[in-house]
Design a protein around this ligand. Structure first.
Ligand SMILES: NC(=O)c1ccc[n+]([C@@H]2O[C@H](COP(=O)([O-])OP(=O)(O)OC[C@H]3O[C@@H](n4cnc5c(N)ncnc54)[C@H](O)[C@@H]3O)[C@@H](O)[C@H]2O)c1
Length: 408
């Protein structure tokens, strides 16, 4: 090798670190648009951390908003892992010191993307530090904890939101609009299922999702929480009373290190419900339904029509109404990706579909837009309390084998 040539070449320029480039870009974008930045500290950086940070990077590119959202600091518990997350998810900084991050004046919004047992402590610390908070669902471990969070949020003067992202699928949003304007008449029945199969095998590994001390409950809090929120969103009704049934099919699993760990949460949880207008509902959540991956389906029957939405066909809405001639009646499918449909006009030309990740972008866009006024964002911690009240009542019912009234 000709080392003299190598010696005469100029030193290659060191690329500027990616976080510095990101900072310059977001500051530049905010300045160009003349809008203030909204610096976000995100706690937790795995599944939801990935979904949320993707939303942070996309939101200003597709929505006109009063703030430029900046993924500022990602917070974790292990220095190496949180640094890797910073690099991968596009944050400017990484930290393992949540208290220090909360003490900073330049952090405006705290995003809670950790397991359920830390939602309360992180949200409460963030609110006390004067930050806006977006928290993952279910809001809390139980109703008492959820109420404490909602009370503090109400007196904090800060905005809070829950990541019930499915509300903001264009088709689900359209369903809400149709039901609210009376397209199917008064709601009589709700049929909701959320079916998954990742715990069907007894060999599936143990995780925090099998540990009641960390998650509160199993399929119930994880999946029925979405169905309960969706019911309240779509129908505007509350839950009056419930009757639940739960079962754990695999009572111990091996963790990543091969150690046997007890499973003390439900694998499957079903419940009946009476809604506030007398309508009846059936709910089923499971992680042990072979073949079902993320089958989140809700069908609402009203006096004059029905509406059906299924996450696995997320851009479609099936609607039945009695207003066609008798021989032309039937369910029709609306592809909800045309410009008159909620959110659709922010993306691509008509019919160019969107996916799972966009629901998080919509949730963040609405939250950021809402920061400007006094109106509450929905779902907020009060909605989280309402969901938690139903979850807890259904557990109590399953334990006592009787109907339980949902506390208001
Ligand atoms: N909205 C949805 O559709 C949806 C989907 C999945 C999960 N979730 C909810 O999101 C939350 C997180 O779930 P996930 O799937 O991302 O879990 P995950 O296990 O993939 O990630 C959890 C992250 O939190 C970190 N963490 C754990 N405890 C912590 C603590 N005390 N302090 C700081 N960091 C901590 C972990 O290191 C990890 O980075 C849960 O509440 C879950 O119910 C919501």
């Amino acid at each position: 090798m000709d080392t003299s040539l190598a010696r005469s070449l100029p030193e290659p320029e060191k690329p500027e670190p990616r976080n510095k480039v990101q900072r310059r870009r977001s500051e530049g974008r905010a300045q160009a648009k003349g809008r203030p930045v909204l610096n976000v500290a995100m706690v937790g950086h795995a599944f939801m951390g990935r979904a949320h940070s993707n939303a942070m990077r996309q939101v200003n590119r597709f929505f006109e908003l009063p703030f430029e959202v900046v993924p500022k600091v990602v917070v974790g518990r292990h220095p190496e892992r949180v640094e890797a997350a910073r690099d991968r998810f596009g944050f400017e900084e990484a930290s393992v010191d949540l208290a220090a991050v909360l003490a900073r004046e330049d952090i405006h919004l705290v995003d809670v993307a950790t397991p359920n047992d830390s939602h309360a402590s992180i949200s409460i610390a963030a609110l006390k530090a004067g930050k806006h908070v977006m928290c993952e669902k279910p809001l809390a471990m139980d109703l008492k904890e959820a109420r404490a969070m909602a009370r503090l949020a109400a007196s904090s003067g800060r905005k809070v939101g829950l990541w019930h992202n499915y509300r903001r699928c264009p088709a689900a949003s359209l369903a809400q609009r149709m039901i609210a304007r009376g397209d199917i008449g008064a709601v009589r029945q709700v049929r909701a299922v959320y079916l998954q199969d990742w715990l069907a095998s007894a060999d599936a590994p143990w995780s925090w999702r099998n540990d009641r001390a960390v998650c509160g409950s199993g399929a119930h809090g994880d999946l029925n929480a979405h169905l309960i929120d969706m019911t309240r969103f779509l129908t505007g009704l509350e839950f009056a009373e419930v009757c639940g049934l739960q079962h754990t099919f695999t009572t111990s699993r091996r963790d990543g290190a091969g150690a046997k760990r007890p499973v003390d949460v439900d694998d499957a949880f079903a419940f009946l419900a009476r809604l506030s207008n007398g309508a009846i509902g059936t709910y089923e959540a499971t992680r042990v339904a072979p073949g079902r991956k993320n089958y989140n389906r809700i069908e609402i029957s009203g006096e004059t029509g029905s509406i059906l939405w299924n996450l696995e066909r997320m851009n479609e809405l099936e609607v039945f109404r009695y207003d066609a001639p008798a021989d032309g009646q039937g369910f029709r499918t609306i592809m909800c990706m045309d410009s008159p449909h909620p959110y659709a006009g922010h993306w691509w030309p008509d019919g160019h579909i969107i996916g799972y990740e966009h629901t998080f972008v919509h949730t963040l866009a609405d939250f950021v837009a809402n920061l400007k006024g006094k109106k509450r964002f929905a779902p907020d911690f009060d909605d989280g309390v309402a969901v938690q009240a139903v979850l807890d009542a259904a557990v109590k019912s399953a334990q006592t084998r009787r109907w339980v009234k949902v506390p208001g």
